[in-house]
Ligand binder design. Structure first.
Ligand code: GLA
Length: 420
């Protein structure tokens, strides 16, 4: 696995994890260490499970897993980053033929158990490990995928598999499906494995072919804004959206919405029913927008990219919110393409995300802004002139009714083994 330049937060994270390992496991030395990044998706939302395009980049924020093998067939894990109401330590026997692992409490351990269960180089022997992360939990920056991929990368040192990276991402996705009951697409695990420093990655989620899109222009910045809210709807709404998309594809006689056109949707509108029609219209539109956006980024046409981001947000937004509607009618100083028709097709945003996007778009030097990830809280992503980044953070914070947290990040590399 290739070594990449060290991410700013990684050395202190690794040191903290090693100290915690010594304290938790009777002074045992760390002999294995792995890191995997979170991600931000620039555009292409809710398209991955429809075989469409996504354009994420790996973050400099990530999750570290350090540990040491044991001889007693027991797996003991300590996390330094779990929700306060959950135990931070878990212990269970390594899976054996006929006695597979199953999900349970604490919830954070399910991501690890799932990866151990679906690991392709098993059977996994006993080990001690400590997890440390600087990805905000539940913030929509894929803290779960980073934990899965860091675990898998750790296991690759403990008992090597064949090194197939696509199979690695798929095994981590399977872990999330079966142990966290989240029917996610492939985007998060894939970018956490495959990210390349200085690049966003256009992923065709049908073929799993990829195109690296350079993102090294020093005059450009990617600003992530965490709304610090998470609405509990997420658990039920994501599977519902996914089911509606599958229903739409089946009604159209297609394998997935990737194969559908707007014209076909129009013809089938009454058969689909209004809600399913609107869900499908988001997906078909978003797949096309993502392909166009990747081209615009390659051409350094940031205005077009920004306009597509805003169209994406509007399509994902929730009906009757009013915030963007007002913003789109006002004379906006930033002028970042707010005059788009608002379609509200997918309804996975929330007032807080809409507020953050509207505020960002009022800042001069902002090309575009949108919610990122599954929705119902979490983060927005804003593309802007590097020189406007400071100003944007102040302005957004001033306008936002809650408390925002900001991250200015460059595209990082995917998971790696850490030298000790
Ligand atoms: C979550 C899922 C991804 C993807 C996004 C929405 O992050 O894990 O697979 O579907 O939502 O684009």
């Amino acid at each position: 696995m290739a070594e990449a330049p060290v991410e700013p937060g990684l050395a202190p994270l690794l040191a903290a994890a090693c100290r915690a390992h010594g304290a938790a496991f009777g002074g045992a030395a760390v002999v294995l260490a792995a890191w995997a990044p979170g991600r931000v998706n620039l555009i292409g939302e809710h398209t991955d499970y429809n075989g469409g395009f996504v354009l994420p980049m790996a973050l400099q924020l990530g999750t570290v897993l350090v540990g040491s093998p044991t001889q007693d067939g027991t797996i003991s894990i300590l996390t330094t980053s779990a929700e306060a109401d959950e135990p931070h330590r878990v212990q269970f026997p390594a899976p054996r033929q006929g006695s597979p692992l199953s999900p349970g409490q604490p919830r954070w351990a399910n991501y690890i158990k799932g990866v151990i269960q679906h690991y392709r180089g098993g059977p996994v022997p006993g080990f001690n490990a400590v997890i440390a992360s600087d990805i905000p939990l539940g913030g929509g920056l894929s803290s779960s995928a980073a934990l899965e991929v860091a675990t898998y990368t750790f296991l690759q040192q403990l008992c090597p598999d064949d090194g197939d990276l696509v199979a690695k991402a798929l095994a981590c996705q399977k872990a999330e499906h079966t142990f966290a009951s989240m029917p996610c697409g492939i985007m998060d695990q894939f970018i956490s494995v495959m990210g390349k420093e200085g690049h966003a990655l256009l992923i065709d989620c049908r073929s799993l072919d990829t195109v690296l899109v350079p993102l090294t222009d020093a005059s450009l910045a990617v600003l992530i804004t965490n709304s610090n809210v998470r609405h509990t709807l997420t658990g039920s709404e994501y599977p519902t959206r996914r089911r509606q998309c599958e229903e739409a594809a089946a009604t159209l006689g297609k394998g997935s919405l990737r194969d559908a056109t707007m014209a076909e949707l129009e013809v089938a509108r009454s058969r689909l029913g209004e809600e399913v029609y609107r869900r499908a219209r988001h997906v078909v539109g978003e797949i096309a927008r993502t392909a166009q956006a990747a081209k615009a980024l390659q051409d350094r046409d940031y205005r077009t990219f920004g306009r597509l981001m805003v169209e994406s947000h509007n399509s994902l937004s929730s009906a009757c919110r009013g915030v963007l509607r007002k913003a789109s009618q006002a004379s906006v100083p930033g002028g970042a393409g707010m005059r788009q028709p608002i379609t509200d097709d997918y309804e996975v945003s929330c007032p807080e995300l809409d507020e953050l996007v509207a505020a960002a778009l009022e800042v001069n030097g902002v090309y575009g802004s949108r919610m990122t990830g599954g929705g119902f809280g979490g983060c927005t992503v804003t593309l802007l002139e590097a020189g406007a980044a400071e100003r944007a953070q102040h302005y957004i914070q001033e306008k936002y009714s809650g408390t925002a947290t900001f991250y200015l990040t460059k595209p990082a590399s995917g998971a790696k083994v850490l030298p000790l």
